[in-house]
Design a protein around this ligand. Structure first.
Ligand SMILES: [Zn+2]
Length: 282
């Protein structure tokens, strides 16, 4: 079955910021504006074509296992929790669910709120920028790379590049975040993949992904706290760690999940029919 892919490719990457960060200026190369964990938010250094946006020098600690790194990790945790909570507001699990017209709109809204929050004293200043993501076609880890023309292309994930740019703790929680998306992607299967075009479903999947990252981050922080005689922290969670992300767990009722599945199927059929018609005309 042919599908219009790109819209649903933009599985959330996570946002991250550091104090004093500027809103990312248009950069030659960057993944789509989707919140992803742990990515430095300072305007990335101009990247060479085909290379993912790189953090500005010094924008993210090369080390995150020294006592002096403790406050940075705590700040990171606070941001990840904030983003998780914001996505939760757009999920069907929220009792006052916010709506977004599509996945891109969801990304835009969350990014905007995040940046607003960061620029308040509570947020510590800065702005978010994205990093790596999950390709829903095959559920693999990839880089989304935005070219100078604004078009996003998918590049293979490069572990070495990531290791060169992020300290192990940050990379670990980013990977836990993406692994959660990958799990959802695999479990949805081809039949239900269209749910990744639904903003409320994607928002729910983000809640899960952020919480997976937060667990890793919380543990790293508390390990460091022990070593450094700091107090440590207790992260808050909205989901049970075993919570799966599927239409029936995201929507309030099975009936609603089915109704949306039918709607998505109908839309897909119409899109396919339209495509065939257009091809026939050529
Ligand atoms: Zn995500």
């Amino acid at each position: 079955m042919k599908r219009t892919r790109l819209a649903l490719l933009l599985l959330p990457l996570a946002l991250h910021s550091q104090s004093g960060f500027q809103l990312p200026t248009p950069k030659p190369i960057a993944p789509p504006p989707m919140p992803a964990p742990g990515q430095p938010a300072r305007a990335p250094a101009p990247a060479k074509a085909g290379e993912p946006a790189s953090p500005a020098p010094g924008s993210y600690p090369k080390n995150c296992d020294r006592c002096e790194d403790y406050p940075k990790l705590m700040k990171e945790l606070k941001e990840q929790e904030w983003l998780r909570s914001k996505f939760h507001e757009y999920s069907p699990w929220s009792s006052y669910q916010l709506s977004a017209s599509d996945v891109e709109d969801l990304q835009r809204r969350v990014t905007r709120s995040f940046n607003e929050w960061l620029n308040t004293p509570a947020g510590g200043g800065g702005a978010g920028a994205p990093a790596m993501g999950t390709n829903p076609d095959d559920c693999t880890l990839v880089f989304f790379v935005k070219g100078p023309d604004g078009k996003t292309t998918i590049k293979p994930y490069d572990e070495k590049w990531m290791r060169d740019h992020y300290c192990p703790t940050v990379l670990a929680f980013m990977k836990a975040h993406e692994a959660s998306h990958q799990r959802t992607c695999r479990e949805l299967g081809a039949k239900n993949k269209n749910f990744l075009t639904r903003p409320e479903f994607v928002a729910a999947d983000e809640v899960k992904a952020y919480e997976a990252g937060i667990r890793v981050l919380e543990k790293a922080i508390n390990d460091l706290a022990k070593r450094c005689h700091e107090e440590g922290t207790t992260a808050t969670y909205k989901l049970d760690p075993n919570q799966k992300i599927s239409p029936s767990t995201v929507y309030k009722t099975e009936e609603e999940a089915r109704r949306i599945a039918d709607l998505l199927e109908r839309q897909q059929r119409e899109a396919d029919a339209q495509k065939n018609k257009n091809q026939g005309r050529k």
